[in-house]
Design a binder for this molecule. Structure first.
Ligand SMILES: [Zn+2]
Length: 498
């Protein structure tokens, strides 16, 4: 009953209430502030800062992961980095980090985020940190027959935090734009449907009668067709100084990796170097090339009659050219709203049955303290390890909106079809996904792919989520995209004039 209550107020109080807006205007004028700004939104200044923090190991040899068996390496072929952009729209800040690593567990990344949050004030929920998925960098996550390089993992945590801190210190007025190019050459689905009885089966993979084989080769009469689509898109986020100098780019491509001699970052930073040359960018420029949704993707098209020649240089050149062509058409904005949401999703684990664990233990006892070597030994050990782990996992999912662009972060190796679904169903004009972000929870084949079997479905710590996990994850990520789209929807981006 506000009217009745106010009518009881003494007359002088009413007079003061009536005069309050006038008093506020005079108060703000006396402080030298324009009266309109006192009630207005904060100044629409967009800022960005970037750095490529060297994370090359300093103690050798290091354990390399990404293969079935452990590899030790002491030679640095090319340097590894944690490439970082910090963005600030005046209301929110966010950090995006792309690390030259095969995969990084959530606990390690959460430690780095906590350190970075203390130093910068950016909330940990506004930090997206992903691994490129290079298969020639030190191991910070146990995977198949490979252990963690504990020394390197300890070294990496503060380095990532330092990268965010330095990028934050470098925040300066900037402008931003988005585009999408293509590389139709270096795409292919590596999973192929085979005639029945042809695809290899894994005794401890939790599957039988697999119909899918990875890399079937050329002119293979027993190979029927690829099991999924490709995504040739090369999205580009371009950040420039207010004067139009390239400051940073974030590109993305859905292709597993090329392959390199360790220790190497593979083709990922070569894309950035080539783009830097094409853009005639100065030494302050920092490129980040992230992995898209490449769980079932590799650069070779097995429908071709024979092997196509490729190299790190050729692939990076094609991707950079695609990004560069898109860059030419980018409309820049002096300001866009930055909104980020994070969600936790609990999903079940495909736990091995008791009889499977018993059979696996018999094999593991056989090789004792030695490292597993054969595929049977490796998957037997995975079965035992999984049986000792929790039956559910909590996944950290993210969505970031920069004006009309959406970026999602998923801690898995995501199939191209899932990435395409997110792009198609996103409420935003442009959307792309960075995989292996904020953790590494393994492959997420869609349910129909689980039914076909094949390597990516074989049960291991890096492929153990329930068969409907992909459906739940895609749906949760779309919900986050809806949230960031609805938030601050009335704040329109400011187009740059030139
Ligand atoms: Zn992989």
């Amino acid at each position: 009953m506000p009217y009745r209550e106010s009518s009881r107020l003494p007359l002088f109080a009413l007079a003061i209430l009536w005069m309050l807006p006038l008093i506020m205007v005079f108060a703000s004028l006396s402080q030298g502030v324009h009266p309109l700004h006192a009630a207005d939104k904060p100044a629409r200044l967009f800022r960005a800062g970037a750095v490529a923090m060297d994370v090359t190991p300093v103690k050798f040899p290091v354990i390399i992961n990404g293969n079935m068996n452990e590899v030790l390496a002491s030679e640095v072929v090319d340097r590894l980095h944690a490439r970082t952009i910090v963005l600030d729209d005046g209301t929110n800040q966010a950090a995006i980090v792309v690390v030259d690593s095969c995969m990084m567990p959530r606990e390690l990344l959460d430690q780095a985020k906590t350190l970075a949050a203390k130093a910068t004030g950016i909330p940990t929920s506004h930090m997206l940190i992903s691994a490129t998925h290079t298969h020639s960098a030190p191991s910070v996550h146990g995977c198949l027959g490979v252990e963690v390089d504990v020394e390197y993992a300890k070294f990496l945590v503060p380095k990532i935090a330092e990268a965010i801190t330095v990028a934050h210190q470098r925040l300066a007025p900037a402008r931003i734009g988005f585009g999408a190019g293509r590389d139709d050459v270096d795409v292919g689905c590596r999973r192929w449907l085979m005639r029945s009885g042809v695809a290899p089966t894994n005794k401890f993979g939790g599957k039988q009668n697999d119909l899918v084989q990875m890399h079937p080769g050329f002119k293979n009469q027993k190979a029927l067709r690829p099991t999924g689509p490709v995504d040739p898109e090369v999205p580009v986020v371009a950040i420039q100084t207010r004067e139009g100098q390239p400051l940073a780019t974030l590109t993305n491509f859905s292709m597993h990796y090329v392959g390199a001699k360790p220790i190497s970052a593979d083709y990922f930073p070569v894309v950035c170097d080539k783009l830097q040359t094409l853009l005639k960018a100065d030494k302050n420029y920092v490129g980040l090339h992230s992995n898209g949704t490449s769980g079932d993707q590799w650069l070779m098209d097995y429908t071709l009659p024979a092997r196509r020649m490729y190299s790190i240089d050729s692939v990076a050149g094609n991707v950079a050219q695609g990004a560069f062509e898109a860059y030419q058409k980018i409309q820049f904005y002096d300001w866009v709203p930055l909104v980020m949401e994070e969600g936790l999703l609990e999903v079940g684990v495909r736990m091995p049955r008791e009889d499977e664990v018993r059979a696996a233990k018999a094999i593991v006892d056989g090789f004792g303290l030695k490292k597993p070597r054969t595929s049977e030994e490796i998957y037997a050990r995975e079965t035992v390890l999984l049986s000792e782990m929790a039956p559910t996992r909590e996944l950290k999912l993210q969505a970031l909106r920069l004006g009309e662009l959406g970026i999602t972060g998923i801690p898995n190796e995501v199939f191209a079809i899932s990435g395409l679904t997110i792009k198609r169903r996103s409420p935003l004009k442009h959307t792309f996904t960075i995989e292996l972000a904020n953790g590494c929870e393994g492959y997420i084949p869609p349910p129909d792919q689980h039914a076909l079997g094949g390597y990516e479905t074989w049960r291991a710590r890096t492929s153990c989520l329930e068969e409907t996990a992909e459906v739940k994850i895609v749906s949760a990520v779309l919900d986050l995209l809806d949230l960031v789209t609805a938030a601050r929807a009335d704040e329109q981006p400011l187009r740059s004039e030139k």
